[in-house]
Design a protein around this ligand. Structure first.
Ligand code: MG
Length: 338
């Protein structure tokens, strides 16, 4: 099969500033790729959406690869490629593997193999709260909209101040609310221990990525001492990371499907564990992708997500539903980028 390949860049403005340990973000950039079978006219779309601070390739690396693929020297544009070209995308370009793999699956009409029963499309979502004291008020509209799980970023300010805010936030939240803390790998071991001492297992569902992904032994040590479950997120950015951690980690894994790699490889890995009676405690979560990437992310997530836990796609406060990137028709998203 010969397919034409094209890409378009996108920049999506956030509705409010997003902060993580790498800084302040007002927008995210990514690539939409399109494969077309010139014989049938059939099209497939995919999204390449690396995210700062995670261990897939960077946006610049993805762009360099896709740009070379789509504009080979001395050949007409768009060039023809084969499925083998996509299968040979290097493993470190895991977000690129996801995007082009999705487009290929669509254009070739591959069926999805069997897997556990999926959770419903209306499964609860955790609502991401703004940083710091803004969270003290921001949870209310989410609560009224039906959210019962909230996520709050920590490790961004003085720990004494943040621990005080945690107390205030737990006092403000109704007792049945669950709170997830996410440190994005930004705590020292001593700080992480202080946080864990302050975490009431009745109120705090889990602490996500307390330490840098490189601190592997320290993460394992910490989870053995912790009164609440710990979750890995940045540590398991790619499928290779996840495969390395599965035998070693007793806690939760937060998975961002668009970073993991070829979606069929991820599905096979998770299906095999499920078939062996060893399902993982998985929480699937957003990378603030467009509707193109999210559709595939949710298709993979629903059968494997821990049904006892909220999903992590409650990011409406950052994305404008009217900016065109939520269109369920990928042709429309593609056209708006021309
Ligand atoms: Mg996280």
């Amino acid at each position: 099969m010969n397919l034409t390949v094209e890409f378009r860049l996108y920049t999506r403005l956030y509705k409010s500033i997003l902060e993580n340990r790498l800084g302040l973000w007002t927008s995210r950039t990514g690539l939409i790729v399109r494969l077309m079978d010139p014989d049938t006219g059939r099209k497939g779309y995919g999204e390449i959406a690396p995210f700062p601070g995670f261990r897939s390739e960077t946006y610049d690396q993805a762009f360099a690869f896709v740009n070379r693929l789509c504009y080979p020297i001395g050949k007409p544009h768009p060039p023809l490629i084969t499925p083998e070209t996509i299968a040979q995308i290097p493993e470190h370009l895991s977000a690129t593997r996801f995007g082009l793999g999705c487009a290929l699956a669509q254009v070739s009409g591959e069926a999805t193999p069997s897997s556990p029963t999926p959770i419903g499309v209306d499964h609860p979502q955790a609502a991401l709260l703004p940083r710091g004291s803004q969270a003290l008020e921001a949870w209310k509209p989410y609560w009224e909209a039906g959210h019962r799980t909230f996520k709050w970023k920590i490790g961004l300010a003085d720990p004494t101040l943040e621990l005080k805010l945690l107390d205030q936030l737990l006092t403000a939240l109704p007792p049945e609310a669950k709170l997830r803390l996410d440190a994005n790998g930004n705590l020292t071991i001593a700080q992480a221990q202080d946080w864990l001492k302050a975490c009431d297992p009745q109120r705090i569902e889990f602490l996500e990525q307390p330490l840098d992904p490189e601190q592997k032994e320290e993460l394992i040590q910490l989870t053995q001492e912790s009164p609440i479950p710990l979750a890995l997120d940045e540590s398991v950015s790619t499928l290779a990371d996840l495969q390395e951690w599965v035998p070693r980690w007793p806690g939760i894994f937060v998975l961002k499907v668009p970073l993991l790699g070829f979606v069929e490889e991820t599905r096979s890995f998770l299906s095999a564990l499920w078939a062996q009676g060893q399902p993982l405690d998985l929480v699937f979560s957003s990378v603030l992708e467009t509707a193109i990437g999210r559709k595939t992310a949710l298709e993979l997530a629903r059968p494997f997500h821990n049904p006892q836990r909220a999903m992590g796609f409650g990011v409406q406060a950052w994305l404008d539903p009217e900016d065109g990137f939520e269109d369920s028709n990928p042709d429309q998203i593609w056209e708006q980028l021309s």
